[in-house]
Design a protein around this ligand. Structure first.
Ligand SMILES: Cc1cc2nc3c(=O)[nH]c(=O)nc-3n(C[C@H](O)[C@H](O)[C@H](O)COP(=O)(O)O)c2cc1C
Ligand SMILES: [Fe+2]
Ligand SMILES: [Fe+2]
Length: 398
């Protein structure tokens, strides 16, 4: 009846998954739904970690009632004031009028902005603590992971790191809420990367800074607001985050992205992938940017070390979907990649020049020569250039 699990001494996970949701943040497709985690600490004082998304508030309130088992709620820690974690605040304040909200000053200000509520809150900053009895929380400021008001917290008696949005993933969860209860690497790593790259990806420097601060604590468990809880093999996720946050690729191989109207640029992309395979490059991926959701494309660009952008010219510009993808990569601060460029055009191909203009705004992007230009379709001369590009790419990922 209750979607609740015990995750530590007196610490409970309250789970809510939304499998109806089409687009997270009305932007990112979530074919496998979305999970929202909350936690309750029962000690001398009772404390709830964060609110919940509108879609699952009713289930959350039932779960909370069940865990409190007749006790009142003394504290609610607001780590993050984004509505997917705080929609229940007005209802919680009505039900538990003596409940004290604990959050950063910015978070408290946002409660008023969203809900027109002037709450008598306890504002906390870096290194402040909250005593619950046996359990004690220390706050860690985590600005821009994912919003400016974000705090994370460390619970010292059990070494628990409440990490807010960090270490989350897209996808609804079953009762197997611990990463060691699922084949995380096989089934969840891609969605964790797509979540990180798109939601937090822009703020690599801030993520790196908070990871550094967190490393000062003896962390035994990571309890995020979305996705699985980590109590074993923490390095699996910490190593991934260290890479993603520093824009270091995970895979030394080539991802080819094409934007094509009639299929000729697509053909060149596929032929390039064959040439790479023949040169011993493994795990090459080819994506049609019109077909694959841009959030997946961004995620793969975070994963791969070498990226090829192949685009038809469209009204003297980059093909629309490719343009959106490239500006998204620029906005997400993607850097440190090796890049191949292929353009196509029937009278004045200019997509390549435009792609280079965007790449020039990104840090440490090495554009390989030759850049290949097609006139409508591949011919002998452009095929020879494609061979040279394949040589350069294969050498770059050796
Ligand atoms: C709406 C539209 C606008 C285009 N604008 C240009 C252009 O500005 N310059 C150009 O050389 N070709 C332009 N083209 C032609 C395509 O870039 C060209 O036919 C290319 O070879 C198509 O490659 P594909 O077979 O991969 O679609 C345009 C095509 C369309 C449909
Ligand atoms: Fe968020
Ligand atoms: Fe979130």
């Amino acid at each position: 009846m209750f979607n609740v699990r015990n995750v530590g001494e007196g610490i409970y996970w309250l789970g809510s998954s939304d499998r109806r949701l089409e687009l997270f943040e009305n932007a990112y497709p979530v074919p496998d739904g979305m999970s929202y985690n909350n936690y309750v600490i029962l000690d001398d004082k009772t404390c709830l970690m964060d609110g919940i998304d509108d879609a699952v508030t009713r289930q959350f309130m039932e779960n909370l009632d069940h865990v409190l088992n007749g006790r009142t709620l003394d504290y609610m820690v607001v780590h993050h004031m984004e509505p997917d974690h705080c929609s229940a605040i007005p209802e919680l304040l009505q039900k538990y009028p003596d409940m004290k909200i604990v959050g950063s000053q910015k978070a408290v200000q946002m409660i008023d902005q969203f809900y027109h509520l002037k709450v008598d809150a306890i504002t906390v900053k870096e290194k402040d603590t909250l005593d619950l009895g046996k359990h004690k929380l220390t706050f860690i400021a985590a600005p821009m992971v994912h919003w400016p008001e974000v705090m994370m917290s460390y619970e010292s008696s059990e070494g628990i790191f409440f990490s807010a949005d960090a270490f989350g993933a897209f996808g609804a969860m079953s009762g197997n809420i611990f990463a060691d209860e699922v084949d995380w690497e096989r089934d969840w790593a891609d969605e964790a990367r797509r979540y990180y790259a798109n939601i937090v990806g822009k703020y690599g420097a801030q993520t790196t800074a908070v990871l550094k601060k967190a490393s000062a604590f003896e962390i035994k468990n990571i309890l995020p607001l979305h996705g699985h809880i980590w109590r074993k093999d923490l390095n699996l996720i910490l190593d991934r985050y260290a890479k993603w946050a520093s824009y270091t690729p995970e895979k030394n191989s080539v991802a080819i992205f094409y934007g094509s109207v009639y299929g000729n640029t697509a053909n060149a992309a596929d032929i390039l992938s064959v040439k790479l395979a023949e040169r011993g490059v493994r795990d090459v991926k080819v994506y049609d940017v019109s077909k694959t959701t841009v959030s997946e494309l961004v995620s793969r660009a975070f994963e791969y070390s070498a990226l090829v952008f192949a685009s038809a010219t469209y009204n003297a510009e980059i093909f629309d979907h490719m343009h959106t993808f490239l500006t998204d990569l620029e906005n997400h601060n993607l850097s440190n990649r090796t890049v191949g460029v292929i353009e196509n055009g029937s009278w004045a191909p200019t997509a390549g020049k435009k792609i280079n203009e965007i790449l020039a705004n990104m840090k440490n992007m090495t554009v390989l020569e030759p850049q290949v230009s097609l006139l409508s379709s591949l011919n002998e001369a452009s095929l020879a250039k494609l061979d040279e590009l394949a040589d350069a790419l294969a050498a770059a990922v050796k």
